[in-house]
Design a protein around this ligand. Structure first.
Ligand code: DX5
Ligand code: ZN
Length: 226
């Protein structure tokens, strides 16, 4: 993967749900690569967002892949339904999956790309034995549950550590960073090894979301950090 081809995945959680169709069209028109969709159940995280009907509604309008982040307990019960609702990438939380290897297999069997997400307190070393089965690793850089939180700086060394583990094994799953990401830290995250940047508030709460997405996409593309 060329380093200047990082993926920008705006998080729809920060959009205006009263104008969801327009917000999705905005992402279609922008340089967004994926649409990040946060599903929360009020059990794994202390907040409830939305479920299948909303993912389905987004799919009907979206021209970009749907990156579905399941912050729910027992995600294995719902993989196929999220796939049927339009998910292209499905990430489950390490902390929510006692049979993680099986759940990853289930995601792949559904036809989606398989991701595993880890909370800020979960060390990357715990993923060692599933690394080669993964298409994506999602490192949470805030405690999951809400948009608009402050980036946890410890994520940067964690990211470097994961990058090192992957290089040693010559594995190439995408590394996604989620939470508190914006123009202020995107370059540092890309330098440390991130491939996918999720950005909610920094995109949708900005004056010009399309321009913000273009700027996030342009970082590094002129060789400033390669
Ligand atoms: C948090 C979610 C994030 C959130 C990011 O639990 O997983 O994807 O939408 O929002 P910002 O970019 O505002 O931190
Ligand atoms: Zn997310």
């Amino acid at each position: 993967m060329q380093k200047n081809k990082h993926i920008i995945a705006p998080s729809i959680l920060a959009a205006d749900f009263g104008r969801l169709d327009d917000e999705v069209r905005l992402l279609n028109d922008a340089q967004a690569d994926w649409i990040h969709i946060d599903v929360m159940d009020g059990r794994f995280v202390p907040n409830i967002s939305f479920g299948f009907p909303v993912v389905n509604a987004i799919q009907k309008i979206a021209t970009k892949p749907l990156d579905v982040h399941l912050m729910i307990v027992e995600p294995e019960k719902y993989i196929e339904r999220f796939r049927d609702s339009g998910a292209d990438v499905i990430s489950v939380h390490y902390e929510a999956c006692p049979n993680l290897h099986r759940t990853i297999g289930q995601i792949k069997e559904s036809g989606a790309k398989a991701g595993v997400a880890i909370n800020p307190h979960t060390p990357v070393s715990l993923l060692e034995d599933v690394l080669e089965d993964l298409d994506l690793i999602l490192i949470m850089s805030v405690n999951p549950g809400y948009g608009g939180q402050k980036f946890i700086y410890q994520t940067i060394p964690k990211l470097r550590k994961l990058k090192g583990m992957l290089s040693e094994r010559n594995l190439h799953p995408l590394i996604e960073i989620d939470g508190g990401v914006g123009l202020q830290n995107a370059e540092e995250l890309l330098k440390a090894g991130a491939d996918v940047l999720v950005a909610g508030s920094s995109v949708f709460k900005s004056k010009d979301p399309i321009d913000t997405i273009s700027r996030l996409k342009a970082i590094g593309s002129h060789g400033s950090w390669v």
